[in-house]
Design a protein around this ligand. Structure first.
Ligand code: TMP
Length: 432
């Protein structure tokens, strides 16, 4: 079996190990609470060509810790299966560029940054951008061979490995003292958080700034981003869970930055315990106000069911009127929607996407082909479901300016909404 059962909270340690009743110590019947069960799903990013083998299906069930409110999947898929051939590349969008600029600026307030290590550096897009903004030495660490090749072509030195003590030590040896350790959207993919933090500590000198960017459970719940629940995302992070996690480690949580990228992300700023920086109560206040209680998670799961039913009804009704429908953005989120609604090529003719690695593949678990960006327009489609909804403003404005307006958009999150795409958009147009 290439996955293992997860039953003990990654943040605070709540939950009895997954042992048969007779083997459990007395008084250890604590259980993480199941709030959402999507059943057995294909890996959301397993975009493969028709002649390539699919890596199989895995259970996707979201459990929540009643003590620290961390969301976490009940099954941990072997990272070798998930990441050896990984088609996800960071979208080279304008929104992403602006995010990198903002991140660089904010991080330089903590410390002047010259030397950067990025964990889960993907195809090197962010480090390449940081080099242009003034970084002197950069090093990536990423396990996907196909992506490391692209990073090297970009001039971004990258160690091809999972992040662990060894790859951290290798990076630390190769560089001058590191000013910034960056981990963008990778921490919630890691199973062993304590090991991850220990490996981060290998990279740190006394005043190194550690920035861990993650989707924030508060946004996931508030916008009902249930389609981000898939096998790679092992955890749905709360600040409360991080406070427990860091107790007894060599680092502490200095601050939290909030960004709108990917539907709402936070950057955890960690420092070594012996750093000279001053502490204030800002983080404690955020933790006090955090809205991710078990009841909030349960409501999130209920709303997600209504959203699935709503899109299913919208699509089937339109198809009964012989309307042609396609998707835009072969995101992992699109895989989750399509497999949860059991759509096939009969409902969704194709999905267009700008990523060269995805074109000519099919949506995992289905026969729906991925085609080049633009085909939604040239093929006279009636409705386009925007499955890259996190880039909605940028994509829809670009399409409007190109005069691609002969179809209607269906925006699935935070609730199913149909727009004709001819009006000038702003953030409030997309609100429910
Ligand atoms: P992501 O939300 O997981 O980054 O996925 C977004 C997908 O949408 C990704 O496959 C790239 C694709 N995309 C386009 O095809 N055109 C675009 O303009 C943008 C921003 C993304």
């Amino acid at each position: 079996m290439s996955y293992k059962i997860h039953s003990v909270c990654r943040g605070c340690g709540y939950g009895a190990p997954n042992l048969p009743e007779g083997l459990k110590a007395p008084g250890t019947n604590e259980k993480l609470v199941s709030v959402l069960n999507l059943g057995v799903m294909p890996l959301a990013n397993a975009f493969r060509k028709p002649n390539e083998p699919q890596p199989g299906h895995y259970p996707v069930q979201l459990l929540v810790c009643p003590r620290c409110n961390l969301g976490q999947l009940s099954a941990t898929v072997d990272p070798g299966v998930l990441y050896a051939n990984y088609p996800y590349v960071t979208s080279p969008s304008e929104m992403m560029r602006q995010h990198f600029d903002a991140l660089w600026k904010q991080l330089n307030f903590y410390r002047k940054i010259e030397t950067v290590v990025e964990i889960g550096s993907n195809d090197g897009l962010c480090l390449h951008h940081f080099l242009r903004l003034g970084a002197q030495h950069v090093m990536g660490i990423d396990p996907a061979e196909n992506l490391v090749k692209i990073a090297h072509k970009r001039g971004v030195n990258t160690i091809c490995s999972l992040f662990n003590m060894e790859s951290a030590a290798m990076a630390a040896r190769a560089l001058p003292p590191i000013d910034l350790v960056l981990a963008r959207h990778v921490f919630c993919h890691a199973d062993d958080w304590r090991e991850f933090i220990k490996s981060v500590e290998v990279l740190c000198s006394k005043e190194t700034v550690v920035c861990i960017e993650v989707p924030y459970a508060e946004d996931t719940i508030a916008n009902c981003e249930w389609d981000t629940v898939y096998s790679e995302h092992l955890s749905y992070l709360t600040l409360r869970s991080i406070r427990y996690l860091l107790e007894g480690s060599g680092v502490w949580l200095q601050g939290v930055l909030k960004f709108s990228i990917h539907g709402g992300a936070i950057c955890l700023i960690l420092r070594r315990r012996d750093s000279e920086v001053q502490r204030d109560g800002a983080v404690d206040e955020l933790i006090q106000k955090e809205k991710c209680a078990l009841e909030d998670w349960k409501e999130f799961a209920a709303r997600s069911g209504e959203m699935r039913a709503d899109l299913f009804m919208t699509v089937t009704t339109l198809r009964s009127q012989a309307k042609r429908i396609c998707g835009y953005g072969a995101s992992a989120k699109s895989t989750v929607w399509i497999n949860s609604c059991h759509f096939s090529r009969k409902e969704i003719e194709f999905i267009c996407d700008a990523t060269p690695q995805k074109v000519y593949t099919t949506c995992p678990g289905t026969d729906i082909p991925i085609v080049q960006e633009g085909e939604h327009y040239t093929q006279c489609i009636d409705y386009v479901i925007l499955w890259a909804w996190n880039f909605a403003l940028e994509i829809m404005e670009r399409e409007r300016k190109l005069g691609h307006t002969g179809f209607k958009w269906i925006i699935p999150v935070p609730e199913v909404k149909i727009l004709d795409g001819t009006e000038v958009l702003n953030a409030t147009t997309l609100k429910p």
